[in-house]
Structures are given as structure tokens and as C-alpha cells.
Design a protein around this ligand. Sequence first.
Ligand code: AHR
Length: 316
Amino acid sequence: CQEKTVDPYVEEEESSLITVGFSQPGAESAWRVALTDSVKENFTEERGYKLIYKDGRSKQDNQIKDIRTFIQQGVDYIIISPIVETGWDTVLSEAKEAGIPVIICDRNVTVSNESLYTAFVGSDFKAEGDYAITNLEILLAENGKADEPVNIVHIQGTLGSSAQLGRTKALEDAIETHDNWNIVYQDCGEFTKAKGREIMSNALKEVGAGNIDVVYCENDEEAFGAIAAMNEAGVRYGAEGGIKVVSFDAMNSALTMCMAGQISIEVECNPLQGPYIYNLINHLEKEKVVPKITYIHEECFTSDMLDVDFIASRKF
Ligand code: AHR
């Protein structure tokens, strides 16, 4: 076997790959795993990129540390999916001082100066919430409940995240304009199935299934948990006159439940953001101007719009 000899006087060729640091808040949902995969699939060595991925394990402090590590490593670009909207000014200023362009994806940030990041790609969460509300109004009218009291259990996502803020705002606005809508139970489900299950179980005990018309879950994991709690308690939900489930994400597993009438309204939140971010960075590499904000196209589904082939054709 031949040994590889290294001449210490010849400098190793520098990697020509463009390095990109990607900071995710955690892996709380299948949706987030789909976003991670979408980014990883787009930033490959074959395409000239080296992606460094960090998982913040559900803590903003960890994300901030991860971003500082990227800055020390001298990456060419930083992609951040921020766990919450606020608290990023300092670390983004550090990235700016280091001359590293930052792309915010999925959820947005609220900063003192918009020049602290280069571009945002992601969802318009208030629009998602408004879709859910419009479809809930239609559903209640179809069920002859337009003018009757509507009691809602509200399972929120991670407090302070733009996904929670937008979806909650849409519901709060609707409560203001519908005198007969009431939130009878509200708690934070952290976008997880376990918390969704716990909260719905508590709501059923404290409020009683007979006093609940709708459960507004701020993502599919929470909806899966709420449905598990209703199954355990033997409570009717869905199309046959039971509690109506509203959910966000429209992952394939949730769309299948929507098609079966178990989830009444599914608002899409599109995790396939990798191609959008890839195009942005490619444009920046060519010194082209990029849009500050790109909202991804998203839809709202009810059971009558769904069939097996359509669900199978979707990538998440
Ligand atoms: O920010 C997007 C939200 O975060 C998705 O609705 C949810 O599933 C994820 O955890």
C-alpha cells in the first residue's frame, strides 16, 4: 500500500466552496425537519457550497452562540430561522460588521434597523391566520352556527415567534369582529404534539367537550396532539358534528386527516424554502440586487379539495 506523502512547504489548495452557516431554532416538528432538508438539498458541494448546520435546541441563546460561531469561522453567508422575532440586533450587528450577508428564513425578525439583514424569505403568518378565519366563517355558516355562540380552544405556538404572533393576531382580530366567538381556553403548545395533547386534555376536563366548538391549533403537531387527547377522552371531532379542528402547515399526514374530515381546515405553511434561499444567494454572488422580502405562495385546504393523488404529489 502506497503512503500519501505531504510536502510541508507546499500550501494546501484553499477550498473554493462558498460556506453557508444555517441556524435552526430546533426540531420541534416534522415541518422543521422538512425545512432543514430543503436547505441541505440545495446547498450541496456539487453546486459549490459547504453548508454548516446548527440546531439551537429550542433556545434563542443557543442560536445566538451558533451565529457567533459562524462569524468566527468567517462563513460567506448566514441563514437564520429565528425562534422568536426580537433580541437579534446585537448579533446581527456583529455579522454586519464582519461583512457577512444574513438571510432570514421561515419566521421574521423585528430589528431597530432593517439593514441588519439582507433579505427575508418565508411565510406571511397573519395571512395564513386570515385564511383560516375566512374558512372557519364559511364552515360555521354551512353548519348553521353563524349566529350561535362559538367556543374556541386556542393552542398557541412558541410565544414571540412570528408564526405564533401572526396566527394569534388573526384569531384575536376575528374575536373582536364576531360577538358570538369566545376563547374558552388558551395555552402555549410550543408547536409540539406532546403539549398539544396535554392542553386539549386539560381543556376537555376544565371546559367540557360539550362547551367546545373549535380547537384552533397553531401547527399540525399541536393538532395531532389535540386529536390524540380527543380520541383518549372519546370525544367526537371533525365532520360529523363534533369539535372542528383548525390547523396550520398542511403536512401530508395532516392533509390525509383533513381529507378524512378529521381536520376541518388546513392552512399551508410551505417548508420548501431551500430553492428560494439558494436563488437569493446565487444572485448575491453575482452582485445582483435581491428583494428584501419574499413571501412564499401558500394555500388553504378543506376536505372537498383533497384526493389521494394530490396529497401523494406533494413533497412534504
Ligand atoms: O415557523 C413555522 C412553524 O414552525 C410551523 O408551523 C411549525 O410546524 C414549525 O415548528
